[in-house]
Design a protein around this ligand. Structure first.
Ligand code: ATR
Length: 514
C-alpha cells in the first residue's frame, strides 16, 4: 500500500496548536502519515523537547523533516548543526516513525550519521534528495547510490518536472527500485507523479493541508482521495488527460472523474499541461503513447492545441470525424486499447445545442480564429448562419476564412460593422490565467460596444471566471447571454460518451461546477 503523507509546516513551537488542527483534519480526510516540517527548529533553544510532544500528540505516525534552503526548505544551518539538534531529539526519546535526512548532508557529515544512529531504534530513515531546478543529469546514478546506503529504509527522489515526460521517468524509477522509494515531480507538470504514485508502487505520496503546500505542485488530501480516487488506482487503471496551457482552472478533472466514479469505470483524468507550440504537443504525445504501462486512453484538448490534436491524429494515421475535419480542429482524442487514435470535435455540436436559438439565417460576429473558432464556424455555417470573423491576427483570420472555403464565412470588416444576431467569443480574452484576464474581446478587437447591446444573444466560450468582462457587458446591456459553462458541460458530456459509451448525469455535473 502507498501512504498519503500530509506535509505540515510548523514554523515555531508556538504554531503547534494550529498545525495539529490541520494534521487532524488531513488524517480525517485520508492521510496516514504526517510530515512535520520543522525547518527552523534546530536554531530555536530547547526546541528538541517540544519535538517529543509534537510526535507524541501527532494524530498519525510522523515523519520529522528539517529541509535545507538548497533543497527547497528554510534550514540555513550545516549538517553538523542538524546533527546536534537530532542528538538533542534522541535524548528526549521521541519516536517519530521516520526522520528525513538529505543525502547531501548524510554523505557530508559523520556527526549526522552518528546522530541518526542514536535515535530511538524504531525510527526509520528516509534518505532524500530534491532538485529544485529540474531533472538532475545524474539521476539514475544517484538513485543507485542512495539505495545502496544500508541505513536507508526509504529513498526519496524529487525533482522539478520540466515536461510531462518527467512523470514517466519517476514511474520508471519506482518500477526498478531495490528498496522502498518515493519518486515525485514538483511543479504544475508533476501532478501525475503525485496522483499515480500508488499505481506505480511508490512508498508514499505527499499532499498538502489547509496550511498550504510545502512543495510546489502538491494537491490537498481531499482532492487526492475524492477527486482522483487515489486509493482505487491500480496498474490497470485507464488514464485520461486534459491537455492545454493554461489548464489550472479547468473543470474537466472535476466532471470526468465524477463520471468515472458514478459509472464504476476504472479510470482517472489528470491535468497534463503542455506548453504552447506544435513541437511541445507532438513530443508530449509521443512520450505518453510510447509507454503502454501509462495506459493513456483519451484526452480533452484545449487552448492552444486543438489544431495540433487534429494534425497529430491525422499524421499518426488515426481516424478523424467529419466535424473535426471540417473544423480543422479536435478537442477530443480517443485512444483504443491497441493504441489506435481517433480525433473528434465536441465543441461544434455543443455550441449549436446550447445557443438557445435556431442559427439558420442569422448573422454571427465570431471573435477569434483558433481551434474553437473553427469548430463554431463549421457548425454555424452548416446550420445556415452567416459568419463574420474578427481576430487580433489578421493573417490567421484570413487563413481561416480561406480554409473554410464557404461563402457563408467571410472576414469581418471593422469599417462596415452592422447589427449581429449572435456575438460569439472563442478568444481566450477574459480567461483567468490567460493572456488578458480583464479584457473584453469586443473592445479588444475594435468592435463598437453597441454590437453587444443590439445582439440577440452573446455567447461566451470562456468559463473561468463565469462572469467574464464580456458576460458582464452583455448582462449590463440586457442582452441574453450564454455563459461558458453551458458549452463546457455540453462538450464534456459528448466527450465522456465518446470515451466510455456511458451517459453521465448532467444535473450532477452542473451542481459540481456551480
Ligand atoms: P483555441 O484552439 O481554443 O481556439 P487558440 O488557437 O490559442 O485556442 O486561439 C485563441 C484565440 O484567442 C486566437 O484567436 C487568438 O488570437 P490570435 O490568432 O491573434 O493569436 C485570441 N487571442 C488570444 N489572446 C488575445 C488577446 N490578448 N487579444 C485578442 N485576441 C486574443
Amino acid at each position: 500500500m502507498t501512504f498519503i503523507a500530509v506535509s505540515i509546516p510548523v514554523n515555531a513551537p508556538e504554531d503547534i496548536g494550529v498545525a495539529m488542527a490541520h494534521a487532524a483534519a488531513s488524517v480525517e480526510a485520508g492521510a496516514e502519515l504526517v510530515e512535520w516540517r520543522i525547518d527552523d527548529w534546530p536554531s530555536i533553544e530547547g526546541s528538541a523537547a517540544v519535538v517529543a510532544g509534537l510526535v507524541g500528540d501527532s494524530p498519525a505516525s510522523s515523519i520529522l523533516t528539517v529541509r535545507s534552503v538548497t533543497e527547497g526548505g528554510g534550514f540555513e544551518g550545516s549538517a553538523d548543526e542538524l546533527a546536534t539538534f537530532l542528538r538533542a531529539v534522541a535524548a528526549t526519546d521521541a519516536c517519530p516513525r521516520y526522520v528525513d535526512i538529505e543525502y547531501a548532508m548524510w554523505i557530508e557529515s559523520e556527526a549526522l550519521r552518528a546522530a541518526v544512529d542514536e535515535l530511538h531504534e524504531d525510527v526509520g530513515l528516509i534518505l532524500s534528495m530534491h532538485d529544485m531546478l529540474g531533472r538532475p543529469d545524474d539521476l539514475l546514478r544517484r538513485a543507485v547510490d542512495m539505495q545502496a546506503e544500508e541505513a536507508a529504509d526509504v529513498v526519496k527522489i524529487v525533482w522539478r518536472a520540466r515536461s510531462t515526460r518527467d512523470n514517466l521517468e519517476a514511474f520508471e524509477l519506482l518500477r526498478h527500485r531495490s528498496k522502498p522509494m518515493i519518486a515525485l515531480c514538483m511543479g504544475e507538470l508533476g501532478l501525475p507523479s503525485r496522483v499515480l504514485a500508488g499505481r506505480a508502487g511508490g512508498f508514499l505520496t505527499f499532499a498538502s493541508s489547509a496550511a498550504g503546500e510545502t512543495a510546489d505542485g502538491q494537491c490537498d488530501v481531499t482532492t487526492l482521495v475524492q477527486r482522483y480516487r487515489f486509493r482505487a488506482l491500480r496498474p490497470e487503471t485507464m488514464v485520461y488527460g486534459i491537455v492545454g496551457w493554461p489548464i489550472t482552472h479547468s473543470l474537466s478533472p472535476i466532471v470526468h472523474n465524477e463520471g468515472f466514479t458514478s459509472a464504476g469505470i476504472d479510470a482517472v483524468l489528470l491535468p497534463l499541461p503542455v506548453l504552447k507550440g506544435w513541437e511541445s504537443f507532438k513530443a508530449t504525445m509521443a512520450v505518453l503513447l510510447s509507454d503502454p504501462s501509462f495506459n493513456l486512453r483519451g484526452l480533452c484538448v484545449t487552448v492552444p492545441h486543438k489544431e495540433h490534436a487534429l494534425r497529430f491524429v491525422r499524421e499518426a494515421g488515426g481516424a478523424v470525424s467529419d466535424i473535426a475535419e471540417r473544423a480543422g480542429a479536435a478537442n477530443t482524442i480517443v485512444i483504443g486499447p491497441d493504441g489506435a487514435l481517433a480525433a473528434d470535435n465536441t465543441d461544434a455540436p455543443a455550441i449549436i445545442e446550447t445557443l438557445g436559438c435556431d442559427p439558420s439565417g442569422s448573422r454571427v460576429a465570431l471573435l477569434g480564429a483558433g481551434g474553437a473558432a473553427r469548430a463554431a464556424i463549421a457548425s454555424l455555417v452548416e446550420a445556415g448562419a452567416r459568419v463574420d470573423v474578427f481576430n487580433r491576427g489578421a493573417e490567421r483570420a484570413a487563413a481561416l476564412v480561406e480554409t473554410m472555403d464557404n461563402p457563408m464565412c467571410t472576414l469581418g470588416d471593422l469599417d462596415e460593422v452592422s447589427g449581429y444576431d449572435i456575438v460569439l467569443n472563442t478568444t481566450s480574452v477574459g480567461m483567468e490565467g490567460g493572456p488578458e484576464p480583464d479584457g473584453n474581446p469586443v473592445e479588444d478587437l475594435g468592435l463598437p460596444a453597441w454590437v453587444i447591446e443590439e445582439a440577440g444573444v452573446v455567447y461566451e466560450c470562456v468559463y473561468a471566471p463565469r462572469r467574464t468582462p464580456l458576460v458582464r457587458a452583455a448582462l449590463a446591456a440586457d442582452t441574453p447571454v450564454v455563459t461558458g459553462e453551458a458549452m463546457f458541460l455540453a462538450q464534456a458530456i459528448r466527450q465522456f460518451r465518446l470515451w466510455t459509451g456511458c451517459e453521465p448525469s448532467s444535473d450532477r455535473w452542473r451542481q459540481l461546477i456551480d
